[in-house]
Ligand binder design. Structure first.
Ligand code: PMT
Length: 400
């Protein structure tokens, strides 16, 4: 933690008293802690206490005497932002981009990883609105400290206690240690759908949103890799500065870009849903409606994965994906071998919440020696972490 710049945002919960201990631990570990408070947090613990412990002034207002835009500067300054305690109200604001206090404004400006330590009563925590906000915030790539179980301030017993300051610091230390485990590695990722033009108006496409590939790109970038993301037509924009995005439309464009970057790639993750066929002829003008039926002649697109699999040299590592609807394991195993992947990530449209466009996915990882790991349904950010960890174990970056 030495030299790490940490924003500690304290919101209005009784657990705010734990912020004093958290600041103390961060400072003891050598971190620079900048405390922000919502106005209601200041009812639970005084800014004076936290500023004395952090040895810095505590900020509570978006507009200060000296500047109006400190939230932008703070967002850029930090290596990590920790919201502890994070109330149900604050989670709701952060999940929906509401920006009516300094904490929510800095959150929107932050380019660093954000850690949220919820604290609230058990029914508030269990409420579908809160759980939906948590799910939404996770899908944006935020990290959650698990809530604890025990006696709550209301006297009720259940889940909702804020993680202990020691747990939060251990979590942060783990994150920073792991963060750089892919430093110096070049990662190429394909993501999203491809569009194959029929005429200037229509195309053959598919339902991929790009979320899965984007989550993998973000995870590698967070952990120090230099990432090139070949992204088919998708509304998403990567937030991490370590990601170079090359936007493509068709399988042919994605193939050309992949061939260009693969030479210098250490790890390729092929999560794009690439069209297997495209119209043989693309009409220059919009095709007019005529007759009761029409026939499109299709030809094969280049198989990007198979091309890279053929080019793969010692030291390069390729992960493929398989999206299946029947005979999942058999089909995925065949693709694994045929395309010369090092392992393949299978997702099936038979599993609720898995595949296209969901914020969640349920995967099985299959290796060439038939070793297989089945994962639970998780957010795509968590699935990305599982996949990146598996790559890390295979190439010797992670021990376990
Ligand atoms: O983008 P999301 O909405 O988050 O959805 C994620 C996803 C469902 C698209 C993703 O998890 C996924 O499964 N991607 C692969 C989908 C697919 O096209 O699988 P496939 O079984 O058809 O292809 C096998 C492998 O070959 C894949 O790695 C694919 O990228 C690759 N391929 C396929 C055809 C082709 N012409 N070139 C390729 O590189």
């Amino acid at each position: 933690m030495v030299g790490k710049k940490i924003i500690l945002a304290v919101t209005g919960s009784i657990a705010a008293y734990k912020a004093a201990h958290l600041v103390r631990l961060l400072v003891k570990k050598g971190a620079e802690a900048q405390v922000l408070m919502t106005p209601s947090a200041a009812s639970f613990i005084t800014p004076l206490t936290l500023s004395t412990l952090s040895k810095k002034p505590v900020f509570t207002e978006i507009i200060s005497d000296s500047a109006w835009n400190s939230h932008v500067e703070l967002g850029l300054w930090a290596d990590a932002m920790v919201v502890a305690p994070a109330t149900a109200n604050s989670l709701a604001k952060l999940a929906h981009g509401i920006c009516d206090n300094l904490v929510s404004a800095v959150y929107l400006s932050a380019r660093c990883p954000v850690f949220l330590a919820p604290a609230m009563d058990l029914d508030m925590w269990k409420h579908p609105s809160t759980q939906e906000n948590v799910r939404r915030l996770k899908s944006f790539g935020n990290h959650f400290l698990p809530v604890g179980y025990g006696e709550l301030a209301s006297g009720l017993v259940g889940e909702g206690r804020m993680a202990e300051p020691e747990e939060i610091v251990t979590f942060l230390e783990g994150f920073f240690q792991r963060k750089q485990d892919f430093s110096g590695r070049k990662v190429l990722i394909t993501a999203g759908p491809t569009y194959e033009a029929i005429d200037p108006v229509r195309f053959i496409g598919n339902r991929s949103s790009g979320k899965m590939g984007m989550a993998i790109a973000e995870e590698f970038a967070r952990r120090g890799a230099s990432v090139t993301l070949l992204l088919g037509p998708s509304k998403l924009n990567p937030a991490h500065p370590g990601i170079q995005t090359v936007r493509v439309e068709s399988a042919r464009e994605m193939h050309e870009a992949a061939l260009q970057f693969f030479e210098t790639t250490d790890i390729a993750i092929l999560s794009a849903a690439v069209a297997d066929y495209r119209p043989r002829n693309v009409a220059e003008q919009k095709i007019k409606k005529a007759g009761d039926s029409m026939t499109l002649e299709l030809e094969k697109t280049p198989d990007i994965a198979a091309s890279l699999g053929k080019m793969k040299r010692s030291g390069q590592f390729i992960v493929g994906f398989a999206l299946e609807t029947t005979d999942e394991l058999k089909n995925a195993s065949e693709k694994l071998v045929k395309k010369n992947f090092d392992f393949i990530v299978l997702n099936s449209l038979k599993d609720a919440g898995a595949g296209f466009n969901f914020d969640t996915n349920k995967i099985t990882i299959l290796h060439r020696d038939n070793m297989r790991t089945d994962f639970e349904l998780k957010t795509k950010a968590e699935v990305a972490e599982d996949i990146v960890n598996e790559v890390g174990r295979c190439i010797g970056v992670l021990a376990f």
